[in-house]
Design a binder for this molecule. Structure first.
Ligand code: AMP
Ligand code: GLY
Length: 431
């Protein structure tokens, strides 16, 4: 099997690693990849958004199937172009990827399909947006409709702040085209949960729920990031809750996209808020695997590659409706100093060779000098996944390795999975 992985982050290193685990004879190409994927196969010097070059590479390297990691190439139609050229690909076409690339489209789809989500309005002009903000209760949430690399959502405690953000998005160019259209939405309280499902546009296979930690600081404080760590499984995501997510969120979304003439094939990611009263609301949809959720999920889902390949080939007949994790996993991100605003790049990174068994180091923002020196090359540098029988054990393994990996200004959270670990302790204390 010859596999092309498109992207160059921690998610794509984890995807390449999972393919190698499940199909040791596979030949892996990554575009553009990173020093981690280079250890597993061949990196192609092609950006993830260079559609024509990627289609050519799929032909020249006789690729059997392609997995697209990031949203930008999907939104730009890479999966359509590959399929049109006869190459099997795991990932939705541009029309279905709009569920992520246009929050306005996603909101309208949810309204039509009666999928629970925060009440909202969509605006392209400033004056009506400001008028709406004036009438809205505090706090409120302002979102750029387009792709903004995880930076397009601002939770505003006060109306004045919401007005400033709306102005910056609609009038200034701070958010580029992504901010030409904005959503103003009610603030929701609760616990966040990521539920992802593999789908061929008809059948759904649920992955175990994961929980991302979006804030930079421990205890969920500080600015929002692309994600500082994730873990699975999540105890609050009971079998019953997952079935509710399937019935109330994922199935209706897949059916609505198909009815819209945009069948979705790939992985649909629902970012959910679970209220204390049991209410379930969609915060966002993504049209791809999450980063860093993937680095926690794939290591505990042996055999998952078969599903991706069969979905790409159009031959998928899954025997089950949910995948069960074999172990617990905690994935912590090691970030560069200054992340997320102004990460400082270039410092040397040292990863000890003799990390404990059950520890996986996935590269994201790294590069390797000709002399072999590894350097910081992006805001999120590495993801360190620990495996264990419990989330607490996995967290300890991940944390120990994070401590042993060194680079100047290394920034990470030592509390990934803290809710889970606290609940497990409380449960043990109750007997
Ligand atoms: P999104 O990209 O839409 O998932 O938003 C990024 C983050 O902003 C989410 O993970 C939440 O932490 C927060 N967020 C988004 N929408 C809301 C909302 N309506 N209420 C509260 N927090 C939200
Ligand atoms: N970790 C959140 C995301 O991938 O969107």
């Amino acid at each position: 099997m010859r596999v092309l992985v498109v992207g160059g982050g921690g998610r794509e290193h984890a995807l390449s690693w999972a393919v190698k685990r499940d199909a040791p004879d596979a030949t892996i190409f990554a575009a553009p990849g990173n020093p981690g994927t280079a250890q597993l196969g061949t990196n192609l010097d092609i950006p993830a958004t260079a559609t024509d070059d990627l289609v050519r590479a799929a032909r020249d390297h006789r690729i059997d199937f392609t997995v697209v990691g990031p949203e930008a190439p999907l939104a730009a139609g890479l999966a359509d172009a590959l399929r049109a050229a006869g190459h099997p690909v795991f990932g939705p076409g541009a029309a279905a990827a709009r569920i992520e690339s246009s929050k306005a489209f996603a909101k309208e789809l949810m309204r039509r399909a009666k999928i629970p989500t925060a009440a909202s309005r969509t605006f392209t002009a400033l004056d009506p947006a400001l008028a709406y903000i004036t009438r809205h209760a505090e706090p409120l949430v302002v979102k750029a409709s387009g792709l903004a690399a995880g930076k397009g959502v601002v939770v505003c405690a006060r109306r004045a702040e919401a007005a400033r953000v709306a102005r910056a998005m609609l009038e200034a160019t701070a958010f580029g085209d992504a901010g030409r259209e904005i959503i103003i939405e009610d603030f929701l309280k609760g616990e966040e949960l990521s539920v992802l499902a593999l789908t061929d546009g008809d059948r759904l296979l649920l992955l175990p729920a994961a929980q991302d930690h979006k804030r930079l600081g421990e205890g969920d404080t500080g600015p929002n990031t692309g994600g500082m760590g994730a873990y699975c499984p999540v105890t609050i995501a009971t079998r019953g809750l997952l079935e509710r997510v399937r019935r109330e969120v994922l199935e209706p979304a897949i059916r609505a996209l198909a009815a819209h003439g945009a069948p979705f094939q790939g992985v649909l990611y629902a970012g959910l808020m679970l209220g204390a009263d049991g209410t379930l609301s969609v915060l966002e949809f993504n049209c791809r695997l999450g980063d860093p959720e993937t680095q926690a999920l794939l290591p505990v889902l042996p055999g998952v590659t078969r599903h991706l390949a069969d979905i790409a080939a159009g031959t998928w007949r899954p025997a089950e409706t949910t995948l069960t994790p074999t172990r617990a996993a905690v994935a912590a991100v090691l970030a560069a100093p200054g992340y997320p605003d102004k990460p400082q790049l270039g410092a040397p990174v040292v990863v000890p060779r003799d990390l404990e068994a059950g520890t996986l180091v996935f590269h994201a923002g790294t590069r390797r000098d000709p002399d072999g020196t590894l350097r910081v090359h992006g805001g999120r540098v590495l993801t360190v996944t620990g495996l264990g029988d419990t989330v607490a054990e996995a967290a300890k393994r991940s944390g120990d390795a994070c401590e042993l990996i060194t680079f100047p200004g290394k920034t990470y959270r030592r509390d990934i999975g803290w809710r889970e670990i606290r609940e497990a302790r409380a449960g043990a204390a109750r007997g």
